[in-house]
Design a protein around this ligand. Structure first.
Ligand SMILES: [Zn+2]
Length: 175
């Protein structure tokens, strides 16, 4: 999966600001490197991925049902822990549930054409849970994403296929 597409300049800058990165990621590959450093370098604590209350992202993980701050946090869990996760995430546009069985070697979604949004608010900095997580969601299809993104003018957002999301988190395409 090609992650070399150049990101919009403004989007890159906002990703840098909101996540406190040293440099702005110019491509998804750059973002993948940054994520990988955080995931393997002890920069992400498993417990920090879980929300203290219900969110639209419910995960079955290690025999428990919990909630994460965003869809990407849930999908990071297999890479961080080696354990599989079942994510049930509600479309922010229509509340339709998208399910992803995620392991380190594969993401399988239902429906299969589900997509992920990766977004950041246009303004403000502070906790990523506030400035990014509301814009990182799963959708049953590209059409649901587009309908929601059109209505979400307060954020800069891109769409990823689940296989792109898998690559972004460090999943290997060779399987
Ligand atoms: Zn929807």
């Amino acid at each position: 999966m090609n992650l070399r597409t150049t990101l919009d300049h403004q989007f890159s800058k906002r990703i840098q600001d909101v996540f406190g990165l040293k440099t702005a990621p110019l491509t998804l590959d750059d973002l993948k490197s940054t994520l990988s450093e955080r995931l393997t370098g002890g920069g992400v604590e498993v417990e920090d991925l879980f929300a203290p209350r219900e969110t639209r992202h419910e995960v079955e993980f290690a025999g428990e049902v919990r909630h994460t701050h965003c869809a990407l946090d849930a999908l990071m869990l297999p890479f961080l822990t080696g354990q599989e996760v079942t994510l049930r995430s509600q479309c922010p546009h229509c509340d339709h549930t998208v399910t992803v069985e995620a392991t380190r070697s594969d993401f399988r979604s239902s429906p299969p054409e589900a997509v992920l949004s990766l977004g950041v608010s246009r303004e403000g900095t502070g906790p990523a849970q506030q400035y990014a997580c509301p814009f990182i969601n799963l959708f049953p299809s590209r059409e649901h994403y587009e309908a929601w993104a059109t209505d979400t003018s307060e954020a800069l957002i891109i769409m990823l296929s689940l296989s792109q999301a898998f690559s972004l988190l460090g999943g290997s395409a060779c399987r």
